[in-house]
Design a protein around this ligand. Structure first.
Ligand code: ADP
Ligand code: ZN
Ligand code: ZN
Length: 802
């Protein structure tokens, strides 16, 4: 096979083709699927991924591959196949799909280093002339010595050397000094007399080292035996030991964990885990929806399923929303599976992420716990995929490729014939509906461990507060309860529900909001025209001066920042110690964790924050949770507004009273009679599901219809409007009969970074009805996108409508 099929790094068109290149003889054993190469392309040389090898090509004169960038595949055959599927599913460039599966280091400027894994004298002479006693050699040295590529590949394959990618300038691979015996054990014992009897520490250190199987960290030796550097130096000088630099993995999670054991499962847990275990045993692929109230022991189910998978010699991926990847969460996995766990999240530096990825690539770990992109972990014996908090929107990537991790999980679960478990206390309507139809297998945990009660939720009607003359942000009930807790030395979590930008209008006297009568979403206030618009269907109307319901003039935009709330809170509660957590106070690396630790250490009475505090936190001393503006999310211009509010209220209430002390929740709202608020307070997911499904059916939203959103933007307003019309015309002409086109309409945030934004929404039931129209759209506008300033994106299963 001397022809390579290559995906080149040029975005040509949405249906980009593979290019054939000839493999020169000296690269025959080096070029494999999953390796990156440099190839001539027009006048330039560019990077590409080899995805296949073949003997024949439709073209006669093929250009040769110029050189390779990797000496072993960085993507598995499965992931190469997956990239093709992603390209088709999300209409992205194949190259973006391939790149999305790799850690950022491969996109950065890096240098390669060769690490010796064997004794130097095991290598051929031409290598030894380069290595010269070093354990780490710049790759360039091999090139300078003209060591053939095929030899490099061979030595990697047999495990003599390892190739590492080092991001230029920073994040070097971290090393530490290790000690090893320089002689064999008998030789050492024989020479022992060379050490004087007085040199006790030297003798002791040597005897200890003889007992070690592997080289040990110098620090460890010094700590264990309490020896200074002197005796070590002496041993080295006498030729007993040698000191070497070895890589230590950066461990972002620090200290060792206390090991934890499987807990005996409750009867409900046992019933739930059985079918998953059967799947694992029979290497069968089902998608399970694990619907369990907060604190019902879902995590224990994950842990024990994984244990089974590992016993079978297979591997596990666990996805957790970024924000819930707290040290607490990670500890639960590390304490069960120890060093078998890699952790991947966005808080890690590029180098740290690469370290974790490499552990997976080299099969040094068997479990990965991570945020969205961990779904691409290059395991090749996957035995289970778990997605915790499956309803979280962070599982959908907003950039290209706009994939949903759940769909990728299903693809990989099918490929490996292993179970996929979706867990949540508040599943998405889409998932629950699929479970109802039997597409997913539904597993339910209805009780908390130890039958602990869920905290009481009190709904406070803010309209009544206004009537009473309380014009502050805090109801009397909330203030009373906060003071009570603080006096008792307990803690409070206060959540301000804020999603920036979109401004909806609401009457503070009666809670009325203005909805679009066609779309059942809140209309958005447009400042420039002083009008209200629906950005799904583009209906508009003037901004009312008085409330259409009660004629009060207290109708206005809604939304306050955390900073303002903090100020108000300080005024109201003189003596309270407050920690504020929002994007501003947590942007620095580690700030998030530090603030939470301070709160856990009791350094504050009140933790005030945005949605980011709703998830995954577990503080013993928190007995009160307050939600300041439950409405803010309820009236987002988004058909999922009710669902998201229900999820958030359920989740935040789970923060209170998780341990001995009973918890309580206070929810402030202007619309206490809204079914979402009522049903969340009653913890009635079923009722909410049934009710919300009616709304979705009536207005034609998922899960009854699929959605695809076409977004476009341009720096000239007139051109944006013009393009939006042409986009809509093309779609109207090309879409299948059963697809429904809404728009074009201005996005709720019409202008971002000086770009004017418009959108079209399509509702459809069968992909066939939209696919060819969307491909044509992308092809037709390709030129305008590369030559003019137009941006056009297609987003299947959209989550953001801003
Ligand atoms: P969820 O993930 O559903 O919110 P968790 O897995 O966090 O629930 O479980 C809540 C608490 O119950 C945890 O402290 C966990 O250690 C404990 N737990 C779970 N299963 C059991 C069990 N079978 N026996 C005793 N304690 C359990
Ligand atoms: Zn009103
Ligand atoms: Zn509308």
């Amino acid at each position: 096979m001397d022809i390579a099929k290559v995906v080149v790094d040029v975005p040509v068109s949405a249906t980009d083709a593979l290019f054939d290149y000839h493999i020169p003889d000296h690269l025959k054993t080096v070029v494999k699927p999953g390796v990156r190469v440099v190839v001539p392309f027009g006048p330039r040389h560019i990077m590409g991924f080899v995805v296949d090898l073949t003997d024949d090509s439709d073209f006669d004169k093929l250009k040769p591959i110029q050189r390779v960038m990797d000496y072993e595949p960085i993507l598995t055959p499965e992931l190469l196949k997956l990239s093709k599927w992603l390209q088709h599913e999300t209409l992205c460039f194949r190259i973006s799909a391939l790149q999305a599966m790799l850690p950022a280091v491969f996109k950065a400027k890096y240098e390669k280093e060769v690490w010796l894994l064997t004794e130097e004298d095991a290598l051929p002479d031409n290598w030894q002339r380069v290595t010269q006693g070093r354990e780490v050699i710049p790759f360039q040295d091999l090139q300078d010595a003209q060591i053939p590529d095929s030899q490099i590949t061979k030595h990697i394959e047999v495990g003599d050397i390892e190739l590492k990618y080092v991001v230029k300038g920073k994040n070097r691979v971290k090393t530490d000094t290790y000690v090893k015996l320089a002689l064999s054990e008998p030789e050492t014992l024989e020479k022992l007399d060379d050490i004087s009897k007085q040199a006790k520490q030297q003798r002791q250190a040597l005897m200890w080292l003889i007992d070690q199987e592997e080289p040990v960290r110098l620090k460890q030796l010094q700590q264990t035996l309490d020896v200074t550097r002197g005796p070590i130096k002496a041993l080295e000088d006498k030729g007993f030991i040698s000191l070497v630099q070895r890589e230590i993995y950066r461990d972002p999670h620090g200290a060792e964990q206390q090991p934890s054991q499987s807990l005996p499962l409750t009867e409900q847990q046992q019933n739930v885990i059985n079918p998953i275990m059967d799947n694992i045993e029979q290497s069968k692929h089902d998608v399970f929806l694990l619907h369990g109230v907060t604190g019902s022991g879902k995590t224990e189910i994950y842990l024990q399923s994984i244990e089974k998978v590992l016993a079978k010699g297979e591997e596990a991926i666990v996805l957790v929303p970024e924000i819930a990847l707290t040290p607490q969460m990670v500890t639960r996995f590390k304490s069960r599976f120890g060093a078998d766990v890699a952790v991947l999240h966005s808080g890690l530096s590029t180098g740290e992420k690469y370290d974790e990825w490499r552990k997976i690539h080299r099969r040094e770990v068997k479990v990965v716990v991570g945020a969205r992109s961990a779904i691409f972990a290059p395991f090749d014996r996957l035995g289970i995929i778990i997605i915790d908090e499956e309803h979280e929107t962070t599982y959908k990537q907003e950039d290209y490729p706009k994939y949903h991790a759940r769909e990728v999980a299903k693809y990989r679960g099918d490929y490996h014939q292993c179970p996929v478990v979706l867990g949540s206390a508040t599943p998405t309507l889409e998932s629950y509906a699929r479970a109802q139809k039997g597409v997913y297998r539904l597993l339910e945990l209805t009780e908390r461990i130890n039958q602990q009660a869920l905290p009481d939720m009190e709904i406070v009607d803010m309209r009544k507060e206004l009537e009473k003359g309380n014009r502050t942000m805090f109801s009397d009930a909330l203030v009373d309860k906060m003071s009570e807790r603080i006096n008792r030395g307990e803690q409070v979590v206060l959540m301000l529900n804020r999603r920036g930008y979109a401004s909806f209008v609401m009457c503070r006297e009666c809670g009325e909001t203005v909805q679009c009568e066609h779309c059942d979403i809140s209309m958005t206030y447009h400042r420039t025209q002083h009008r209200l618009k629906c950005h799904y269907c583009n209906a508009e109307r003037p901004m009312p001066d008085v409330c259409p319901n009660c004629e009060s003039d207290a109708i206005r935009f809604f939304g306050t920042g955390t900073q303002k709330v903090e100020e108000a809170l300080r005024e109201q509660m003189d003596n309270a110690r407050i920690i504020r957590m929002d994007v501003d106070t947590t942007s620095r690396k580690g700030a998030h964790e530090r603030l939470l630790q301070q709160f856990a250490d009791g350094e504050a009475d009140i933790l005030l924050g945005t949605q980011m505090i709703a998830k995954g936190l577990d503080f013993e001393n928190v007995t009160l949770v307050g939600v300041i503006a439950a409405d803010a999310m309820l009236h987002l211009p988004d058909f999922r507004a009710a669902e998201k509010s229900f999820q958030l209220l359920t989740q935040v209430s789970g923060r209170a009273g998780r341990h001995e002390l009973p918890g309580e929740v206070v929810v402030q709202t202007y619309t206490p009679e809204h079914y979402t608020v009522e049903m969340a307070a009653a913890y009635d997911y079923q009722a909410f599901y049934l009710r919300e499904m009616q709304v979705r059916k009536r207005f034609g939203y998922p899960p009854y219809y699929y959605l695809v959103l076409v977004n476009l933007s341009h720096s000239h307003h007139v051109k944006a409007v013009d393009a939006s019309k042409r986009v809509a015309e093309l779609l109207a002409r090309e879409l299948g009969d059963d697809a429904q086109l809404l728009g074009p309409s201005p996005s709720p945030m019409l202008r971002i970074k000086d770009r004017y934004r418009y959108q079209c929404m399509i509702k459809y039931r069968q992909r066939d009805d939209v696919e060819s129209a969307l491909s044509q759209l992308l092809n037709q506008f390709q030129k305008e996108m590369t030559q003019d300033d137009l941006q056009l994106t297609v987003d299947f299963e959209p989550y953001y409508f801003m």
